[in-house]
Design a protein around this ligand. Sequence first.
Ligand SMILES: [Mg+2]
Length: 130
Amino acid sequence: MAKKPIIVAIDDEQEFINMFNDYFELRGYEIHTAIKGVKGIELIKEKKPDIVILDLKMPGISGDEVLGLSKRVQPKAQVIFVTAYNDGGKTKAKMLDAGAYDYLDKPIPSLKALEETILKAYSQGSKTYN
Ligand SMILES: [Mg+2]
């Protein structure tokens, strides 16, 4: 069986963190979570994830700043936004331009769909952005 990606999930809503944690842990993924951007960056440095699931709107360091820092400290990590923030695609386009792999709207259709996006991103992991 192929190695599964290591995931770091960062979201200020504990409910989402629990949901991601339960789903991916049960399926044998190594997942680490943070409800604050600062802690999330620490985890990215420490755990060297393949995938970062990232919220956009968070108090303190916001998702767009975390994306920039993540690209600096762990360039190979594919960042997937999962956010309720939708301004008609403007921010989405900006984040994709800044190197995010994808930008999914909350509520996501299913965790299975997120998992598929993650596996796709992981299989394309050698692709580099900057
Ligand atoms: Mg939020």
